[in-house]
Design a protein around this ligand. Structure first.
Ligand code: MTE
Ligand code: MO
Length: 374
């Protein structure tokens, strides 16, 4: 069994698949803490978790100036420790809402395939500079990352981002060895993972083994045949993955974490307290979160909890809260949230228009139905 050496996991995680292990935390717990505790951080594995002996481990770079292999000790001792607080979100977060429109292929994620942590490690740019590589003048089109986890045919999990994006983010990309001040947990990439803030989860390669520059994208299945967007008339008979652009920076999203769908509020309640998260890719900060207690007829502004970052380098999520009146006398109603980022990007009001066959990028207004016993 290739899965016999999996890590021990919190019993609080709600699995959407066991082998490989995929799980999200209870959504109410997500909005409680700005930094998601490591054992509650959602897990998205495509393959068995590799067992790494830290003494034998090296990170391998293939550069124009040479092919250095660094031990864990060299990495952690030779270079200054840099940190970034960032949300990581699976492209399939909130996929279960798309499934209600029409079936899709993918894990049936709720709203908690996203988490937020402080990652610390070595700056990719500082590492490259140490080997006399200037990311601004490298002659290539992509930077490629490979993990230690391999498919049955021996090919590793891999991902890439355009070099243009890597240049924009050069001071923010980190080869992380710590998560919230602790060594990276095995499920999250021990001993190393690349953190590319503001970019989709699929590119945050865990168990990072190799970095190189290339004239083409990573040839991995997950770069070429997955994690792309399509319009809602594209189906498995006419889909052309080569024609679609790989997902990198993600669109604006939000969700109500508390109350949860189907929840019964207090008897005769006149007000409801909503809590949740909002986030946008590309470092675009959240400037406003609107909530409604009547299915989107009338809106109130939620109170944003500052994430400590600046509007154009806002990689962490923004938690928010709102106390709003319930419609008078209603015994059931729909709570809604939508967020606005600093570029005034907004979320689409319904999921039908953005439906796609892989159920990615499900960022419509988030709706939660509740009942109010009279
Ligand atoms: N890296 C490797 N090596 N193998 C993987 O299966 N999954 C990716 C990404 N990095 C994956 C990986 C996907 S799709 C997501 S959403 C994130 O890791 C999930 O990170 P997490 O498990 O730390 O939440
Ligand atoms: Mo993902």
């Amino acid at each position: 069994d290739p899965y016999k050496d999996e890590p021990i996991r919190s019993p609080l995680l709600i699995p959407s698949s066991e082998k490989p292990f995929n799980a999200e935390p209870p959504v109410q717990m997500l909005a409680e803490k700005f930094l998601t505790p490591n054992d509650l951080f959602y897990v998205r594995n495509h393959l068995p978790v590799p067992c790494v002996c830290i003494e034998d481990f090296t990170l391998d770079l293939a550069l124009s100036t040479g092919k250095p292999s660094l031990t864990f000790k060299e990495l952690t001792q030779k270079f200054p420790k840099r940190s970034v607080t960032a949300a990581i979100q699976c492209a399939g977060n909130r996929r279960s809402e798309m499934v209600k429109v029409k079936p899709v292929k993918g894990l049936n994620w709720g709203s908690a395939a996203i988490s937020n942590a402080k990652f610390s490690g070595v700056s990719l740019n500082e590492l490259l500079k140490h080997y006399n590589v200037d990311i601004d003048t490298v002659r290539a089109k992509y930077i490629v990352f490979e993990g230690l986890d391999t498919q049955p045919d021996g090919s590793p999990y891999g991902a890439s981002i355009p070099l243009e994006l890597a240049r924009m983010l050069k001071d923010e990309i980190i080869i992380a060895y710590e998560m919230n001040g602790e060594p990276l947990p095995r499920d999250h990439g021990y001993p190393l993972r690349i953190i590319i803030p503001g970019v989709v989860g699929a590119r945050q390669v865990k168990w990072l083994k190799k970095i190189y520059f290339s004239p083409e994208e990573s040839t991995s299945h997950w770069q070429r045949r997955d994690y792309k967007g399509f319009n809602s008339s594209t189906d498995w008979h006419n889909v052309d993955f080569d024609k679609s652009v790989s997902i990198s920076q993600l669109p604006v999203i939000s969700a109500i974490c508390d109350p949860v769908d189907g929840q019964e509020l207090e008897e005769g309640a006149e007000e409801v307290t909503l809590k949740g998260y909002a986030w946008s890719g590309g470092g675009r900060g959240i400037i406003r979160v609107d909530v409604s207690a009547d299915g989107g007829e009338t809106w109130h502004e939620a109170t944003l909890k500052p994430n400590g970052q600046t509007p154009y380098h806002s990689y962490a999520w923004t938690l928010w809260e709102a106390d709003i009146p319930l419609p008078e006398g209603a015994t059931q109603t729909q709570l809604v949230v939508k967020a606005v980022d600093v570029s005034y990007n907004v979320q689409p009001d319904s999921v039908a228009g953005i439906w796609n066959l892989r159920g990615c990028l499900s960022n419509a207004w988030h709706r939660v139905n509740v009942t109010v016993p009279p």
